[in-house]
Design a protein around this ligand. Structure first.
Ligand SMILES: [Zn+2]
Length: 246
């Protein structure tokens, strides 16, 4: 899905219709929901992060009540995505045949687009250098997660902006979170022995650049990456600004 510009175009088109409703960045999602006729936004104990139901033609959003605020905000934007799709008959028709997972991915794109409008994020996406400071800045200003900011910067800037979160296990560094990973590598990146050593030797709490290699599960190919990394004890966050087969 990440490679299908048609759906990406759909997300942009849908979001452009509500771009003015949120009143600047950080976007006021309650205002957007209200303008779209949402009857209520209810926080409740539930298994999934969010859900939209329709009553008498009006959407009602439920949000899981025990998730972090930042996550809940993204989920609310995602549910607004479902509403935008349902309200647009052309898009609703075109998405009818999509796999459910693809609709969810589309709603994640819409969510990131709502939280970080193209016109607003374009200035950041055009910077010469992507780094962790830029990612933190965009995330902070938009009241979004660093993961969402990475996805949006990658998309709008049309550049590599892969965010990997690492956790040191007793034996090696494990990828425990990822965002904006190219589809062909998604879920399959792992540290090579050399990269384990590099991550172990990173200074604590100080962003630094490293050239690292990454392996792919079940494949002999290894990738070369330029990483801006910040290690905090046994966790690490890294932003890859280049990623290519070595
Ligand atoms: Zn959904």
């Amino acid at each position: 899905m990440a490679d299908r510009p048609i759906e990406r175009g759909l997300a942009d088109r849908l979001v452009s219709a509500v771009a003015e409703l949120g009143g600047g960045v950080p976007v006021d999602l309650d205002r957007v929901a209200n303008a779209l006729g949402v009857s209520a936004i209810v926080r409740a104990p539930m298994i999934e992060d969010g859900r939209t139901t329709w009553e008498g033609g009006r959407p009602r959003i439920e949000l899981r009540d025990d998730r972090p605020a930042e996550r809940t905000r993204f989920t609310l934007a995602h549910e607004i995505g479902h509403i935008l799709i349902a309200r647009d008959q052309t898009v609703a028709r075109r998405t009818r045949d999509l796999h459910a997972d693809d609709v969810e991915t589309l709603c994640d794109w819409i969510a990131a687009s709502i939280l970080m409008p193209r016109r607003w994020v374009a200035g950041y996406a055009g910077r010469d250098q992507y780094n962790l400071s830029l990612l933190r800045l965009v995330a902070h200003r938009a009241d979004a997660s660093m993961s969402a900011a990475a996805v949006r910067l990658a998309e709008v800037g049309n550049r590599t902006c892969v965010l990997l979160r690492w956790q040191r296990s007793p034996t090696r560094w494990l990828v425990v979170g990822q965002a904006a990973v190219p589809r062909e590598y998604a879920g399959n990146l792992q540290a090579t022995p050399e990269t384990n050593t590099i991550l172990d030797q990173l200074p604590n709490r100080r962003d630094s650049w490293r050239e690292v290699t990454l392996g792919i599960f079940g494949d002999d190919v290894s990738l070369l990456a330029t990483a801006h990394a910040d290690r905090i004890g046994s966790t690490c966050v890294s932003l890859l600004t280049a990623l290519s087969p070595s």
